[in-house]
Design a protein around this ligand. Structure first.
Ligand SMILES: [Ca+2]
Ligand SMILES: [Ca+2]
Ligand SMILES: [Ca+2]
Ligand SMILES: [Ca+2]
Length: 398
């Protein structure tokens, strides 16, 4: 209906512009309009077009309520019952309509009828009718009037047809004197689910994730009647979220909302995520020994981890595992005779499986207070001195 009205308005504009210049019987300005001489109604129409200065035309301009800013009108009337052009939740709605005088005369004492038909039953049944009389559209060429019909309570989910009629016997364009709006009343909650989780299972130890989790959540809205879709998911049908924050029991909550505002019960779950390696605090000292039997070096590693906590600590000598102990603090000692290159490696693991490594090449125990820690000779000398003085609180540096 609207389309027809539009094309006619357009057609009239063209005629007004070009009348007197090139009116020909074969003037093909619109394939919908035939200038067949045997068709009297089309000839009438043509006559009206070339005399646009005086014609009668009132119209249903717009249905302003019910409306829903979340879902626009989608014209699709090829199905029976027609697919809804507008979705709302159950409830009471204003029935508001703007009527318009497109013609060149004032029009008085018009009557407009609003009806609502329920499609639940076969062929529908009339569930509402309200009539407004004495409508004056005094202003020609675009004057409008807002009609407030009685409210109607859409109590049940289903498909309804709002039909409006503004008859005018002398109307030159009666096609636009009625309008209909197919309304879907959606009372059903949508539902959502986790379509994909990557990684699908915790990829760390002890149920911890050690990398970002990509979660794809999809949602669907059930039909409101057989073959009639619901109002649909508000926004995307599927979304992807990334969880990349460390935490124990990181809460994840998701839910779907449809285009009329029905909201499903929220889904909750938690994930344990730890992507951060622990830190190592390392000290070493000479605990006993002498130059002949060698020195006993004791390494003490303390791991710290804010999320999953320390699991265990490993000590390596020249890449060979020597000892494993629980966290957060564990000590390992060995006898050092000097004169050989050694590498001490400490690996601290958190409970998620992240680890941190510290390597000490040729440990050079020295006094904590000693100023020149870069000097191997002086450090060793100092070490000997301290041992001789029977001090046992030597501390190394990393
Ligand atoms: Ca009309
Ligand atoms: Ca729904
Ligand atoms: Ca947990
Ligand atoms: Ca950690």
């Amino acid at each position: 209906m609207k389309k027809n009205m539009l094309s006619k308005t357009l057609v009239m504009s063209i005629i007004v512009l070009f009348v007197g210049i090139c009116i020909q019987p074969t003037f093909a300005f619109n394939t919908n309009i035939s200038l067949n001489e045997n068709n009297t109604s089309d000839n009438d129409f043509f006559n009206k077009l070339i005399m646009p200065d005086s014609f009668h035309d009132v119209a249903i301009k717009n249905i302003t309520s019910p409306s829903n800013p979340r879902n626009g009108f989608v014209k699709s009337k090829t199905f029976s019952p027609p697919l809804p052009e507008l979705y709302i939740q159950p409830g009471t709605e204003n029935i508001d309509v703007i009527v318009e005088n497109n013609g060149t005369f004032p029009e008085f004492n018009l009557t407009c009828t609003a009806q609502i038909w329920d499609y639940e039953e076969h062929n529908g049944s009339l569930v509402y009718e309200d009539i407004i009389t004495d409508i004056d559209l005094e202003e020609p060429l675009g004057g409008t009037e807002l009609l407030n019909f009685d409210d109607f309570t859409f109590a049940w989910e289903g498909v309804y047809r709002l039909y409006l009629d503004l008859p005018l016997e002398i109307d030159d364009f009666p096609e636009n004197n009625h309008e209909e709006l197919i309304i879907g009343v959606d009372d059903g909650e949508p539902y959502s689910w986790i379509e994909e989780m990557d990684p699908p299972e915790p990829d760390g130890e002890n149920g911890w994730y050690v990398s970002d989790i990509k979660i794809t959540i999809c949602a669907e809205d059930p039909e409101i009647a057989p073959g009639i879709p619901g109002s649909g998911i508000h926004g995307e049908d599927c979304i992807t979220i990334i969880i990349d924050k460390d935490g124990d029991d990181v809460p994840v909550e998701y839910w779907a909302v449809d285009n009329v505002g029905n909201e499903e019960t929220h889904h909750h779950f938690t994930v344990d995520m730890d992507q951060t390696p622990p830190t190592i605090d390392l000290t070493y000292e000479i605990v006993s020994g002498n130059p002949i039997q060698g020195w006993v070096l004791e390494f003490t590693a303390t791991g710290s981890d804010v999320t999953s906590g320390i699991d265990h600590i490993e000590f390596y000598l020249n890449d060979v595992l020597q000892d494993t102990g629980p966290g957060p603090t564990y000590s390992w000692s060995f006898k050092y005779h000097g004169g050989m290159n050694i590498e001490i490696k400490i690996i601290v693991y958190d409970k998620a499986g992240n680890n941190a490594t510290k390597i000490i090449e040729n440990p050079k125990p020295t006094s904590y207070n000693y100023n020149n820690q870069n000097s191997l000779l002086k450090s060793q000398f100092h070490l000997m001195t301290n041992i001789k003085n029977n001090k046992s609180s030597q501390r190394g540096y990393e």
